[in-house]
Design a protein around this ligand. Structure first.
Ligand code: C5P
Length: 229
């Protein structure tokens, strides 16, 4: 039977947060964003182990109260894609041919078990893998010098979230091949460059990525409403 591993890139500095430490180490109640995001993945018993990729000079991760099924890899790179690629090289070395990987942002602490289960159930049946996403409901504008250049056709547009779920072999191949591409801002984009079409699995708008101080307050409200504060 296939094993499922988690990989959390947590080597960013979170400059847009303007905080005194990288945003993954900011507190949301009694836990940091990173600890909560790890717990989100381990909430599904099918996830065997979670690898956390931190910056080589990181000295905070080791001080956290992380569950036993976690391992810290000091393999972070200059970009998110590089951190994931470096982490995946390690995971690839210990994983079997048929094993799968869930890649999840350290900054998405509001992921609910039901969304993760849907991704594993539906994405895991698809050779191309899958990702959580939400259909766009706002009207979308393309900007040029502060003015509307164009209204973009909204039909068929989705906002990509994490986790994203792929066969380890497929994602490794995709990330090694896209190493010099600047356009791959998530794992799915790298997999798409192989000519594959990952499945879109409807997630929830509450699975936000915490980017600014305002997002921290929003995440607090969501976690309270979910009864997880
Ligand atoms: O900055 P942003 O919110 O887009 O980062 C998304 C995720 O990628 C975060 O978990 C962040 O720590 C991680 N990251 C990384 N290595 C980088 C940049 C970002 O692991 N060089």
């Amino acid at each position: 039977m296939k094993q499922i591993f988690g990989l959390i890139p947590a080597a960013g500095v979170g400059a847009r947060m303007r905080a005194d430490r990288p945003k993954q180490y900011l507190s949301l109640g009694s836990s940091t964003l990173l600890e909560r995001s790890v717990q989100c993945l381990l909430a599904d018993v099918r996830v065997a182990r979670v690898f956390i990729v931190v910056a080589p000079e990181d000295c905070i991760a080791a001080t956290l109260a992380l569950p036993a099924r976690c391992e810290i890899l000091a393999a972070g790179g200059a970009t998110r894609a590089e951190s994931v690629r470096n982490g995946l090289r390690v995971v690839h070395g210990i994983a079997g041919r048929d094993d799968w990987i869930l890649v999840h942002d350290a900054a998405r602490p509001c992921l609910e078990p039901v969304e993760l289960a849907a991704l594993i159930d539906e994405g895991g049946l698809d050779e191309h893998g899958g990702l959580l996403a939400t259909p766009l409901s706002d009207t979308v504008k393309r900007e040029h010098q502060g003015r509307v250049a164009q209204t973009v056709e909204r039909a068929g547009l989705w906002r990509a979230q994490t986790p994203q779920f792929f066969r380890i072999d497929t994602l490794r191949r995709a990330l090694e091949r896209s190493a010099n591409a600047t356009t791959a801002t998530d794992e799915a984009a790298a997999v798409e460059m192989l000519g594959l079409h990952p499945r879109l699995i409807a997630g929830s708008p509450s699975n936000i990525k915490v980017t600014t101080a305002g997002d921290l307050r929003l995440a607090e409200a969501i976690l309270k409403q979910q009864g997880r504060w």
